[in-house]
Design a binder for this molecule. Structure first.
Ligand code: AOF
Ligand code: ZN
Length: 369
């Protein structure tokens, strides 16, 4: 196998951890001796062994003198697990080929240095771009301690998210809708506004067997969420967080509602307000403290406008269906008052185009966020 194949394999292995490693990275590792793979591993779940240790433990023969391909720089700190550098040295690995650099301040170049100090041949930045693509969430979270925020919407070719009567089932086809469930299994939290809840009574869970279930976060300034909604009724089964204004809690009826929601299994956060709604920047800080490293926004136009205005969005998924609804009253992905001048808008860079049967998925990175 060519060298590239070994790192490609490590990347494939890393992906098997999708949804389960948050807020830690996706990492894969392959041990190669005499041109043959003798061990493979990946980071399976937050708090469990790192990829390197799993790969070394899985070796079918003594890895002394072998090369380790790993998608992320090995760690050198005592965290939930002992440093990977230690086991690499102990097992007498001769060469370590690293994809991504680790921006975790506890590692950040020290892992590679320690290996070199022990006479190991270290190659850095090997297929770095492909390895970096595994972990935009981790790279953002470990350096900012706030979640990586992804905005998702589905619209018709003429930019509508519903018809003029508000009907929205369905805009995209089945392949695109399945894709959304994959996203829900990938991100730690999923956020929507109370408007969407009242209009659609959604579940906002991931309907893929065995997938990770995201924390369902509802922006609900005045606690209007019905106790009979599917979200509240399923709160003991799928985690639910309702975010309201501090002033809502301070009213007597608010206190009662919070108590009832908590009894139903939901968590309720009361946050300081900004423009009459929970301050989104404070929310992001709080979610970060709770180890929520990523949030998928499935908001509806009001929430979408609010998150864009708060400059908290890092990536956009826009599904475009081959339909034209028309109608000046038909809703669009971003409501509110909008911006005044073209140069005031967020700068998006086209990152990827995917065809999903008859629909298109356009992905963008938000620059400077
Ligand atoms: C992982 N899995 O395969 C690698 C990681 O809290 P700990 O002890 O699990 O350490 C987490 C840090 O270790 C993480 O932030 C990253 O810098 C480094 N590498 N982490 O969870 C892995 N290789
Ligand atoms: Zn490690």
């Amino acid at each position: 196998m060519a060298e590239e194949q070994f790192m490609k394999r490590a990347i494939e292995l890393a992906k098997q951890g999708v949804g389960w490693t948050a807020p830690n990275p996706l990492v894969g590792a392959v041990v190669v001796k005499n041109g043959r793979v003798i061990g493979e591993g990946y980071h399976r779940k937050y708090g469990e062994l790192h990829a390197e240790r799993n790969a070394l433990a899985a070796c079918t023969e003594d890895p002394a003198g072998a090369t380790l391909y790993v998608t992320l720089e090995p760690c050198c700190h005592y965290g939930k697990t002992p440093p990977c550098t230690e086991i690499i040295i102990e097992k007498k690995i001769a060469k370590v080929v690293i994809g991504s650099r680790d921006p975790n301040p506890k590692v950040a170049g020290k892992g590679a240095r320690i290996l070199r100090e022990h006479g190991i041949n270290v190659v850095e930045d090997y297929m770095r771009e492909a390895c970096d693509a595994l972990n935009p969430v981790f790279f953002h979270y470990i350096t900012t301690k706030t979640p990586y925020v992804v905005l998702k919407f589905a619209m018709t070719l003429d930019g509508k998210i519903a018809t003029r009567t508000g009907a929205s089932k369905w805009i995209t086809g089945e392949a695109a809708r399945n894709h959304v469930h994959q996203l829900r299994g990938r991100y730690a939290g999923i956020l929507a506004g109370i408007g969407t809840v009242l209009a659609d009574d959604p579940m906002l869970n991931c309907r893929i067997d065995g997938a990770h279930q995201p924390l369902r976060i509802i922006l609900d300034s005045h606690l209007r969420i019905p106790m009979g909604s599917r979200l509240v009724r399923s709160a003991k089964e799928y985690p639910l967080l309702i975010v309201c204004n501090e002033s809502t809690r301070d009213r007597e009826e608010g206190t009662n509602r919070i108590q009832k929601l908590e009894e139903a299994g939901a968590k309720v956060w009361t946050l300081p307000e900004k423009n009459g709604h929970p301050d989104l920047n404070v929310l992001m800080q709080r979610l970060g403290e709770e180890k929520i490293d990523s949030v998928l926004i499935e908001g509806g136009g009001t929430v979408n406008e609010a998150v864009l205005k708060a400059h908290i969005v890092h990536h956009v998924y826009a599904y475009i269906a081959p339909k034209i609804f028309g109608g000046e009253d038909a809703k669009t992905p971003v409501e509110g008052s909008g911006i005044r001048l073209p140069q005031e808008c967020a700068k998006l860079r086209l990152a990827k185009i995917t065809v999903l049967l008859n629909d298109m998925l356009l992905e963008y990175d938000v620059e400077g966020e």
